[in-house]
Structure formats: C-alpha cells, structure tokens
Design a protein. Structure first.
Length: 546
C-alpha cells in the first residue's frame, strides 16, 4: 500500500467518528431549495453553477431519505450513509438539466415531482454500485470519497445489504411518487413516461448495462484487455448511467425520440471521456484530491486507456447474496454449488445484483410489448402498482429489512418480537407479495387483495417455522443444504424458543389461519379450481420434508 494511502487510513481509523455524524446532521438540516429552472449559468463560472446544482440535488436527496428507526434501523443507516457520504451528484444533475432543457412551464409543474424522484433513484443506483464495488470480494477499497466505505464502517454483510436496499428503494420511491401524483388526477399523462423511464433505468443499471461492465471487469482482473473489452467495460460500467440520466430527463421533459437519442449518445461520449480522465487522475492525482487510493490501476496491473495507449429473479437474487461468505457462508443451495462458490464471490454478488434489476427490466419490457397491441391504458396502472408492491416487499421495508436484523443479531439471542420481524420480512414478505400481485393483476378488489396478502404472510410464517424444524430433523439429501446449521450457529429460531411440540403446533395454527382467510372468499366470485389448489398447496408447503 502507498505511504500516503496508509497514512490516511491510520489517521482515519484513530480519529473519532463524531465528525462524520455532525457533518451528516448538518447536511440533513439543509432546507429544501427552490427549483432553479430559470437560473442561467455564467460560462465563466461553471464551478459555481455546478456547486449550486449540487446543493439543490442534496436538498432533494435529504428530503426523501427513509427515517432511521425500527428493527432494520442499522440497514437504513448504512443505506443513507452510502447515499449521503458525498459525491459529485453528476447523474441527477444531468437528469435535471435534460428535463429542464425540454420541459415548458406547464410540463415542469406536472412532471417535476417525478423528475426529482428519478434524480433520487439514479443517485441511489449509483451509490448501490459503489457500495458493492468497494467490497472485499470486488475492489476491496476501505475508503470512498475520503470517508470509510460502507462495508468498512458497517461490516461487509451490511455493506452488501445496503447496496441491495438502495437498488430496490430506487424503484419503490419512483412508484410511490407516481401513485401520489396520480391521485391528483394526472395518472394518464404520467404513467407511460414513468414506465419508459423505469425501463431505461433498469436496463442501464443491470446485466445489459452497468453490471454487465462490472462482470467483465471482475472476470478479467489480472489479465490484459483488448481494446474492444476495455471500451465495453467503459461504456457499460461508467457511461451507461450517465447516458440513461440524460435520456430519462429528456423523456420526462417531453423530448421526442430523436432528441432523447441525441441526449443518450451525448451521455455515452461524456461517460467515455469521464472514465479515461479517471484513469489519468489515478496516475497523476493524490489521495487527498481523489478521496480514494491512487495508483491502484497500476498496482493491480489493470488495462486502462492510459496503459493501452500509454420475482423468481428477486427471490434468486436474495439467495445469491444470502449464501455469500460475508452472510450465511453456505457453499450449497438446493443440492448444487452456491453461485458464489461456483463462479467466485465477486461474480456471486454481481449475479444477485443483475437478477434484482433484470426482474424490473423484464416486467417493463413485457408491458411495452403488450402495450403495442393496443392494451396500454388497461395494463399500465396494475403493472405500476405491482412493481411498487414488488420493490417494497423485497427492499429495506421487506425482505432486506429482515436480513439486516438477522445479520446484525448474529450470535446474539433474539426476542420473540425480533424473531417474528425477521420471519415476516425475510421469508413471508415475498410470498405475501406474490399472492397480492397475482390478485391485483387478476382484477381482485382491495379487500380480496388484502386477504390474499394476509394469507401469504400466515403461510410464510408457517413455512419458516417448518424450515426451522426441518433443519433439525431432515438430512442434506432431502434439504439440499447443510443441516443442524441453526444449532451450530446458536441461532434463535421458533424451535429453540418454544421447543419441537409448540413449534409444530404453530405451523398448524398459522396454516389454518391462512386457509381460513382463503375460505372466507366468495366462492362464486372466484375460480374454484385455483382456490382449491391454493388451499391444498398451502397444506403441502407447511408439511413438507424438503
């Protein structure tokens, strides 16, 4: 390690963290700043104009941060820390300026809340990528922007979950703003541009964009790159989000397809120039200027422009990350090698990231395809509601929230309240959401959707308690994963808390409570065959041997 990097690390490690907290508190106290649509930039004071826009973006970010409270408080703290630890805010600034470039006064009034939601989302996606980039399995960077990297401050596992939370909260927040603004009577005008913007966001961030670049970058670590490979990485890993920011801003601003394409191409060109400049700075700059280790490209013998010239998806994403060494450290899943164990830990992280974003991308691509058949109006609203349920159930308010507390309490006894928070969030949330989304798309009314969601939660609790029991009484060949792991790790489970007899009784109780909710549906108003299957299937799930 370079002496300058080492000196900084020693000083940072030995200093109090109060400075970070007070800086954060001061930033969060910033009042919301008026939209600067009419503020002209003096061509001779670009820095001043840039700083002004950064302050405006900071105000937008701080206004919408989730409150740090509840059982998943640590996860929300890590997520907010990642987002607010600093940064140039280039992507949201580009999105905002592209929006203002095309939006007239009336369109600004209508679309500004959504534009701000996309600005927040874009910065969350960028912060999520940095969260995971810094991990020991990836770039192993302890510092980012002159501060401790998220994983280094909150533990590696919490660093993974903070990134996961940010990637899903980005979509959740856009959909919540859409829902809120739609209630003002603007639903029809807002739906289609939002759907298109979400698709661009998911695609640019996922396996066809940013993560695709990261995959090749990790795979080729320590190997020379061809020019084609290098520029694939640059276009995907760096330029994709810059390009998407401008394209989404132009789209929301009302630009036509040709104008959107020009903005997107402009973003790609600027992204390439930005990355090559980054290569140069790694060679000629200092830690104090960059806020991260310098000469790392040369030390890692990385090919750079400088050296060259001089729902199943969401569930699978959670399992990919759950199995990682920093999380549960499971080498096998369903009788097969866990993704990280088969493809390396870094590729396991990226595989999970790709799945979470591709889930949204695929839904939006299908919606676009079906909309072209003339069904756009009928499909848009249920799809957007379904996406919101999916994002919320998978993110910090759902599955990841449960994982956060589960990781935080590793090796510590849990209270009954904490245990059932983890069960409801980590296991039941996606089961509940699956049923609620299915009912929503099937045309169920709000009461019926609520009953299906509650049925899912009851079955999820029964399913998880049954899983605790199977960890004790089953075998590797039946479960496809290590057994007795709960007892070996001294984990609090329903079995350790209540004993076998009561745990089995609870499985029956939750199963029957769930079935009762289904049986309360008007049989004449629903499909009898589907109802009978759900009743039978719930019984099967909660009495399974594997």
């Amino acid at each position: 390690m370079l002496k300058e990097n080492q000196a900084f690390e020693n000083a940072e490690r030995n200093s109090s963290r109060d400075g970070i907290e007070s800086e954060k508190a001061g930033l969060w106290g910033t009042k919301s700043i008026e939209n600067g649509a009419n503020a002209a930039v003096n061509p001779y004071s670009v820095e001043e104009g840039f700083q002004k826009r950064r302050e405006e973006v900071e105000a937008i970010l701080t206004a919408f941060l989730p409150e740090e409270k509840g059982p998943a408080k640590t996860g929300i703290e890590a997520m907010n820390y990642s987002l607010m630890v600093g940064g140039k805010r280039i992507r949201p600034i580009l999105l905002r300026e592209a929006f203002l470039l095309f939006a007239g006064e009336e369109r600004q009034k209508l679309f500004l809340p959504l534009a701000e939601a996309f600005m927040l989302a874009m910065e969350m996606i960028h912060s999520f990528s940095l969260c995971h980039d810094d991990l020991p399995a990836m770039d192993n960077d302890k510092y980012r922007r002159g501060k401790e990297a998220t994983w280094y401050r909150f533990t590696e596992a919490q660093g993974i979950l903070a990134g996961d939370s940010l990637s899903l909260y980005a979509f959740q927040w856009i959909l919540e703003v859409l829902e809120r603004e739609g209630k003002k009577g603007n639903n029809v005008e807002l739906l289609s541009p939002t759907m298109q913007g979400l698709k661009i966001l998911a695609k640019s961030a996922g396996i066809e964009g940013m993560i695709g670049g990261q995959v090749l970058d990790i795979e080729k670590t320590g190997q020379p790159l061809t020019e084609e490979e290098l520029f694939f990485i640059y276009k995907k890993k760096t330029a994709a989000l810059l390009s998407a920011s401008l394209e989404i801003g132009a789209l929301l601003g009302g630009a036509n397809s040709e104008e959107q394409e020009k903005l997107a191409s402009f973003g790609e060109k600027i992204g390439l120039a930005f990355q090559i400049r980054d290569d140069i700075l790694d060679e000629i700059s200092s830690f104090s200027e960059l806020g991260k280790p310098i000469h790392s490209d040369a030390e890692q013998e990385k090919t750079t422009a400088l050296s060259l010239y001089g729902m199943e998806m969401i569930h699978s994403f959670s399992l990919c990350h759950d199995d990682l060494p920093a999380m549960d450290n499971d080498k096998y899943r369903r009788g097969k090698e866990a993704t990280w164990y088969r493809f390396t830990e870094a590729q396991g992280i990226l595989a999970g990231d790709s799945l979470s974003l591709y889930a949204f991308q695929w839904i939006l691509e299908v919606l676009e395809r079906e909309g072209k058949k003339g069904n756009n109006v009928e499909l848009l609203s249920p799809t957007m509601q379904g996406l919101k349920i999916l994002a919320k159930s998978a993110g910090i308010e759902g599955m990841i929230g449960g994982q956060v507390l589960d990781i935080e309490k590793t090796g510590q006894p849990l209270t009954e309240e904490e245990l059932f928070f983890i069960y409801k969030k980590k296991t039941a949330a996606l089961l509940s959401a699956s049923l609620e989304i299915g009912a929503l798309l099937g045309g169920a009314n709000s009461e019926e959707q609520e009953k299906l969601a509650s049925f899912g939660e009851k079955i999820g609790l029964a399913f998880q308690i049954r899983d605790d029991i199977l960890d004790e009484i089953s075998s590797f060949s039946e479960l496809g994963k290590p057994i007795h792991s709960d007892a070996e790790q001294e984990k609090t489970t329903a079995l350790s808390l209540y004993g076998m007899e009561k745990a089995e009784a609870m499985v029956e109780q939750y199963t029957e409570e769930g079935r009762s909710l289904l049986q309360s549906l008007n049989r004449n108003a629903v499909d009898g065959e589907a109802l009978d299957f759900l009743l039978s299937f719930s019984q099967y799930l909660c009495s399974r041997r594997s």
